[in-house]
Design a protein around this ligand. Structure first.
Ligand SMILES: [Zn+2]
Length: 396
């Protein structure tokens, strides 16, 4: 019994000696890691802090952020939020670049003058969605001389921002630089969550090129036209690629993840249109926010456009309180059958005041008038705004 007790004591002693002997070797090589803390400072600012490294050979902190966990094993998936060293040294950082609804992971790397690293603990945080507000659509006036077009800014209830089309461009003026970007600036919008170019005509995508050049855009939906098109369309496709935005061909039946509080669906066209009337390749989008819905139709005309959508969907799918009428109010769009199905309470017409096509056409205005549908139009009213809390609709 006695010899066994002595053996146990010896083993314990040996373990203590070994563990004491190991720790100075570690601290002499890698820096002492900090413990990271994060908390939500306001609705959309993350406050991070950590204990100061007191190693004599301390050099810098690098604060990393990622959309997925385990930054340490693959930092290339993460982004450097801030490098703190020398005069900028502090042990706090405010991250004000987070988006509601996203989950972020944070980790702090400590470096020493021997370029050795140590990682802090890693923490994740989901940014709460703000109290949902209104769904608001700015029907931007595309008028300049004889130029016309479509250009609409959509601000979703949780504050995400999308453009559907961007008006026209020519050498001395373009709707993107001269109208849309100043408007975004005045609204404090420095980044777009997405852009829809309904079809390749210049009066829809011309102004979007300048927007893509100037501010970050996450995603671009395009109709995927495969036939001949103008140089403007080539410029548009090139600019999408060079801007780094994600290109998506928008086809019938796609549900778009624009905001958890609204339902956004593409009703048209079929994949890869490339023949026939380009207007009928327009991306048609239906948006529902609680009891209120919008239908955006690009330049969709009746033959092979509206008729195609009507044959595919029931009136329940097409019903919309606000109809952006097709093709600037031309006579060959927005047929009686279309109006019967959509059954709008308001009609919005995107059209240039100096256009030479006679848009909007009197026959279309008569169709709307005979149904008692109030009409708002950019050529007469300038830019107008329709906003809804999901129940009531206000136009101003
Ligand atoms: Zn057009």
């Amino acid at each position: 019994m006695r010899s066994k007790s002595i053996l146990v004591l010896f083993v314990v002693f040996l373990l203590i000696v070994l563990s004491c002997g190991n720790s100075p070797v570690d601290s002499a090589g890698n820096p002492t890691p900090s413990t990271l803390q994060i908390e939500l400072y306001s609705d959309s600012v993350v406050y991070s802090s950590w204990n100061q490294c007191t190693d004599s050979d301390f050099e810098s902190y690098i604060l990393w952020r990622s959309l997925s966990p385990d930054i340490q094993s693959d930092p290339s998936q993460a982004q450097v939020l801030k490098i703190l060293s020398g005069e900028s040294l502090q042990n706090i950082w405010y991250d004000s670049t987070v988006v509601p609804g996203e989950t972020y992971w944070y980790a702090l790397e400590t470096r020493n003058t021997s370029a050795l690293s140590a990682w802090s603990n890693e923490l994740g945080l989901t940014i709460p969605l703000n109290e949902p507000e209104n769904l608001t659509v700015f029907f931007i006036d595309p008028s300049h001389g004889s130029l016309s077009g479509d250009a609409m800014l959509i601000r979703t209830p949780n504050g995400f921002n999308y453009l559907i089309d961007g008006g026209d461009r020519r050498s001395d003026w373009n709707c993107g630089d001269d109208r849309i970007l100043p408007m975004l600036d005045s609204l404090g919008i420095t980044h777009l969550d997405g852009i829809v170019g309904t079809h390749p005509h210049s009066d829809h995508i011309g102004g979007l090129i300048a927007v893509l050049e100037e501010i970050p855009v996450d995603k671009v939906w395009d109709c995927g036209w495969t036939g001949d098109a103008s140089g403007t369309y080539e410029d548009f496709l090139w600019e999408i690629q060079s801007s780094g935005a994600e290109y998506i061909e928008g086809n019938r039946g796609m549900v778009l993840d624009w905001d958890p509080d609204i339902y956004v669906k593409i009703l048209h066209p079929e994949p890869s249109p490339g023949t026939g009337n380009m207007n009928n390749s327009s991306i048609v989008i239906h948006i529902t926010f609680e009891d209120v819905s919008f239908l955006f139709t690009g330049d969709l005309e009746t033959d092979e456009g509206e008729e195609d959508v009507l044959s595919f969907y029931s009136p329940d799918d097409l019903k919309a309180d606000i109809l952006k009428v097709g093709h600037h109010g031309s006579s060959d769009a927005t047929s009686s059958q279309w109006l019967d199905a959509v059954d709008p309470s308001f009609a919005a017409i995107e059209v240039g005041s100096g256009n030479t096509y006679g848009h909007p056409h009197s026959s279309l205005l008569d169709r709307l008038d005979s149904r008692g549908i109030p009409v708002y139009r950019t050529d007469r009213d300038g830019t107008f705004v329709i906003t809804t809390d999901g129940t009531d609709i206000t136009v101003f």
